[in-house]
Design a protein around this ligand. Structure first.
Ligand SMILES: Cc1cc2nc3c(=O)[nH]c(=O)nc-3n(C[C@H](O)[C@H](O)[C@H](O)COP(=O)(O)O)c2cc1C
Length: 459
């Protein structure tokens, strides 16, 4: 069997993920593997038609394709995302159609599911036969049981290919948007109250209705808002995954391009940040992805705490709940208030204007200043993962995170809760006594609500 491995790590041969595939290659000598360092060579693949062609021709001749990538900001990295865009821009879908595919990632399991959902949806869009995702922890390969698990997955994948199993797509195709939004007269009624409002978009010539949506939103304010295009920022490239930033948040690009200054001076200093972009395949553009990946020089620390943020999206976000979840998680991780997400899907200019007027008001409404809602599973779960990783195996790499987590009380392991530990010990022992156990179960509901009732009645 010919297997094409599309390597999505900017580190190329030095990637953690690739070691999982090399391991498989050794265990299955009957199959041949062809590797392409997609993410590392993205600039070449963009410019050199022959290099791009070579990848496409190999896919065309393959029996199976393995999407192998590290998690980057809840998705694949921007460079890999760009390759996916190139497939569609250059109309090369037929090379992928009908091929069996699977995805492999390594990560710390922070939103690994959204990355695999994305690749699965892309495979469905390419009419590939996607058979499954394998999300490995970075160092799982060190463990015998995990190696066995991984080999079983691969065996199942190869078996699916050799038996040519039937596969049903999971993600229906996205509709093509045709609605053109033209905003009505601007209201200019709102006072930003001295707040710095920053709107970021990816380009001057925006795809879809983004420019009109920005015009509608900003037209609600009496003063001009700052609107910045990512294309106007000197961004030399995507995150390289070198993790130099781990020690002191100093990025390898420091002094080499304008991204870090832009992020520190504009994004961090704004009170309100509006992210505006059109859907490209199943996410925003690769340019936007570069913005998120490059912000990783702040490693695992929130940098937008207390800000109001919003997303303006042109395109069928309603049919990509995966992307909505990524946005919601971003807001929670950043400890911001997600004031709203407005899209052009309602296909009524009047409605979109109204939604954007409401959003504009929300962004500067005095009551929301500093407000952020409690985190859901997205934020709570994510924070626990980072807490454990930074405290544990990744501490020597992410020393700046460790200092921050210590200082900000993020090491909130339950082990330190001595009151709870004493109570658990006592109650566990007491519930071994039949009489106490009976009384305990009788009064459990009442006792659980008691402290809350006290607050509700007396505070
Ligand atoms: C910019 C950047 C973003 C990352 N984002 C995530 C993430 O969202 N979720 C996660 O679990 N791990 C994340 N990671 C960790 C990598 O996925 C992990 O280290 C992976 O094993 C690297 O694989 P590679 O060596 O093959 O590139 C991120 C790492 C970097 C450098």
């Amino acid at each position: 069997m010919n297997v094409v491995v599309l390597n999505g790590s900017p580190k190329g041969e030095l990637g953690v993920t690739l070691q999982y595939v090399r391991f498989v290659e050794k265990k299955f000598p009957q199959h041949s593997f062809r590797y392409f360092s997609i993410a590392q060579n993205i600039k070449r693949l963009e410019k050199d038609e022959a290099a791009f062609r070579e990848v496409i021709d190999s896919v065309q001749g393959a029996d199976a394709v393995l999407w192998s990538f590290p998690l980057y900001f809840m998705l694949v990295c921007a460079q890999y995302k760009r390759f996916i865009e190139l497939i569609f821009e250059r109309h090369q879908q037929t090379a992928f159609a009908g091929k069996y595919a699977a995805s492999l990632s390594t990560s710390v399991h922070f939103f690994d599911h959204t990355a695999h959902n994305y690749i699965h949806a892309i495979c469905d869009d390419l009419r590939m036969k996607y058979t499954g995702a394998y999300s490995a922890g970075m160092y799982d390969l060190m463990l015998k049981t995990e190696r066995e698990r991984w080999l079983t997955f691969v065996q199942l994948f190869f078996d699916s290919v050799s038996r040519q199993i039937p596969v049903a797509p999971v993600y229906p195709p996205l509709p093509t948007a045709t609605f053109v939004f033209q905003t009505g007269a601007s209201k200019a009624a709102l006072d930003a109250g001295g707040k710095k409002i920053l709107v970021i978009k990816d380009g001057q010539d925006e795809v879809g209705n983004i420019n009109a949506m920005i015009k509608s939103l900003t037209g609600n304010f009496r003063t001009d808002l700052e609107v910045i295009s990512l294309t106007d920022i000197d961004i030399k490239g995507g995150c390289l995954g070198c993790c130099k930033c781990g020690l002191d948040n100093v990025c390898d690009y420091e002094g080499k391009d304008g991204f870090i200054d832009f992020y520190n001076e504009k994004v961090k200093k704004a009170d309100v940040v509006v992210f505006a972009g059109a859907i490209h395949d199943r996410y925003l553009s690769a340019k936007w992805k570069t913005f998120f990946d490059r912000s990783f020089f702040n490693t695992h620390m929130p940098t937008l705490i207390g800000k109001q943020i919003a997303f303006l999206i042109a395109g069928p976000l309603g049919q990509i709940p995966n992307l909505r979840q990524i946005m919601e998680c971003y807001a929670e991780f950043q400890e911001t208030n997600l004031a709203g997400i407005v899209t052009d899907e309602v296909e009524s200019a009047e409605q979109i204007d109204l939604l954007l007027t409401e959003l504009a008001g929300k962004l500067v409404f005095p009551i929301v200043a500093g407000f952020r809602p409690p985190m859901t599973f997205l934020g709570v779960g994510g924070r626990k993962i980072f807490r454990d990783e930074v405290y544990g195996m990744l501490r020597f790499v992410f020393q700046a995170d460790h200092r921050y987590y210590k200082k900000h009380g993020l090491y909130d392991f339950p082990q330190k809760n001595y009151k709870a530990r004493r109570m658990n010990l006592l109650m566990t022992l007491l519930t071994k006594l039949p009489f106490f156990r009976k009384q305990f179960l009788k009064k459990l509901k009442e006792e659980m609500v008691k402290p809350l009732r006290h607050v509700a009645d007396h505070k």
